[in-house]
Design a protein. Structure first.
Length: 263
């Protein structure tokens, strides 16, 4: 699958992978900053952003998509950074294709299986009668009862686009493939790379106010990613969005140096 991607800068390739319901656009200032010293490639995973839609969406699928992108761009060895869902994809890629990756950064996600925390969001989005609505504000209001968290709605609404070829046609549609995400969500909940090891330098970043990565998760990660370092930032789950400067500093130090980063 030919994934949509955005490229900034030149140098060692640094690929950025977004989380569930996200897109390459989420990296914004982070991608711009690292483009000063790296070739930054922000990717839309399948069924997200501007990438093609497909009925299938396993971690194997997404790792293979990423390998295809690396081959198409003639990228031999990459730095790979993924947040949440993108972090699991990054771990899957790292253990399946270790010779194609130099350094790995995983943001606020572990290898283990997770409970269902997103089906209600998919259902809420699919339940909105977009044909009867004409603005983002109206869609936001329609979602508010099922999704009371304003920040969550604002994030999801980034996937809302005009559906008409002619801009005067003010129809709206969801850019992400909600049907495929709902069908494949049980696969996305599953653990990844449980029986593989990777010895490349890795950095795992977690949000101190997030419950996505527990102490027990860190112990499990150490058994499979044998050259892993760990650090925490005072954020929730969206680490790079909540503390972009602190996030950039931690990642920059890891990419530029072999000095261990303390917990």
């Amino acid at each position: 699958m030919q994934l949509h991607h955005q490229t900034l800068g030149q140098g060692q390739p640094l690929i950025l992978l977004h989380g569930l319901f996200g897109s390459a656009d989420n990296w914004g200032s982070v991608a711009k900053h690292f483009s000063k010293n790296y070739q930054v490639i922000s990717v839309d995973l399948r069924n997200h952003g501007r990438s093609p839609h497909n009925e299938s969406q396993s971690y194997t699928d997404m790792a293979d998509d990423l390998l295809e992108l690396c081959d198409a761009l003639s990228l031999d060895r990459i730095y790979l950074l993924g947040h949440s869902l993108g972090g699991k994809v990054a771990m899957q890629f790292a253990t399946r294709f270790p010779n194609r990756m130099e350094k790995l950064i995983v943001v606020d996600i572990a290898m283990r299986a997770y409970a269902d925390a997103h089906t209600h969001l998919i259902d809420a989005m699919m339940a909105v009668e977009l044909k009867t609505l004409r603005s983002r504000t109206e869609v936001d209001k329609a979602l508010s009862s099922a999704i009371p968290e304003v920040m969550v709605r604002q994030f999801l609404l980034m996937n809302l686009i005009k559906s008409g070829i002619n801009q005067s046609e003010n129809g709206l549609t969801w850019r992400i493939n909600l049907a495929a995400l709902k069908t494949n969500y049980p696969l996305l909940q599953q653990a990844v790379c449980e029986n593989a090891q990777n010895e490349k330098p890795c950095l795992f970043i977690r949000g101190e106010q997030s419950d996505y990565v527990q102490d027990a998760d860190i112990e499990q990660i150490k058994t499979l990613f044998t050259n892993a370092e760990f650090t925490s930032l005072p954020t929730g789950h969206w680490v790079h969005a909540e503390q972009p400067q602190a996030f950039i500093e931690v990642v920059e130090n890891f990419l530029a140096s072999e000095i261990p980063i303390s917990m």
